[in-house]
Design a protein around this ligand. Structure first.
Ligand code: PGA
Length: 252
């Protein structure tokens, strides 16, 4: 059975103190929820990763990094590597987020290197991709998504896929309040699963969790999550409020 996942991407939000408070509150609230076959992941910013990781050591909540460099060490001022992330007991990293692609120039080729570095260091990857509005308007969204996935992931072996979580995030829906309709999400997720099935064995495609991201809120989560090929969500803004994030977790 495919694992369901609700992941919160905190982006550049929450100071040390605020992180401690949010993790504590989340951990407290989540104790009242029965999670079956569901993972809950939060991704605070780098400076707060170790604290969040320590605070959740006995919790069901897992912690992820939001990014990492493709090399293990070296003269790369301001960067953080996979071994550093692993060393603070964090086992998941988000790669390819559209904000990384748009504001920091991350390309498919670079992301392929980052994916390799993550897997080499035994980190699980939440790999994000998705089309911009013009692509959707011109009907190129399937082509764009296919290119992003093929270029960064299709050099991997079948076994590597046990460490890959896919996150379809149409850029036009991120932080805009606009969401893909549940049918649009399902259509794309089914396309993605088929793409993986064509390249790999069908059980690789059947096993990979495909998350939807882009303005998921308590009010729309249940309908989106009800779709066959939607295995959970990558949540931005709504992950910063305990009540909203908890409602979304309960909707899965
Ligand atoms: P949003 O962000 O939920 O605020 O739209 C989603 C994301 O960027 O992962």
């Amino acid at each position: 059975m495919r694992t369901k996942i609700v992941a919160g991407n905190w982006k550049m939000n929450k100071t040390y103190k605020e992180t401690k408070a949010l993790v504590k509150e989340l951990d407290h609230s989540i104790k009242d929820v029965t999670l079956s076959n569901t993972r809950v992941i939060i991704a605070p910013t780098f400076v707060n990763l170790q604290k969040a990781s320590k605070m959740t050591r006995k919790s069901v909540i897992e912690v992820a990094a939001q990014n990492m460099h493709q090399l293990d060490s070296g003269a790369y001022t301001g960067e953080v590597s996979a071994p550093m992330i692993k060393a603070v007991h964090v086992n998941v990293v988000i790669l390819g987020h559209s904000e990384r692609r748009e504001y920091f120039g991350e390309t498919d080729a670079l992301l392929a290197q980052k994916v390799d570095a993550a897997l080499k260091n035994d980190l699980e990857v939440i790999f994000c991709f998705g089309e911009v509005l013009e692509d959707r308007k011109s009907g190129n969204h399937f082509k764009v998504v296919e290119r992003q996935i093929k270029n960064a992931l299709f050099h991997l072996d079948s076994e590597d896929w046990s460490k890959i979580i896919l996150a379809y995030e149409p850029v036009w829906a991120i932080g805009t309040g606009e969401t893909a309709s549940p049918d649009q999400a399902q259509e794309m997720h089914a396309f993605i699963r088929e793409l993986v099935a064509e390249r790999y064995l069908s059980d690789v495609a059947e096993e990979v969790s495909i998350l939807y991201g882009g303005s998921v809120k308590p009010g729309n989560a249940q309908e989106i999550f009800s779709k066959t090929d939607v295995d959970g969500g990558l949540i931005g803004g709504a992950a910063l409020k305990v009540d909203d994030f908890m409602s979304i977790i309960k909707a899965i």
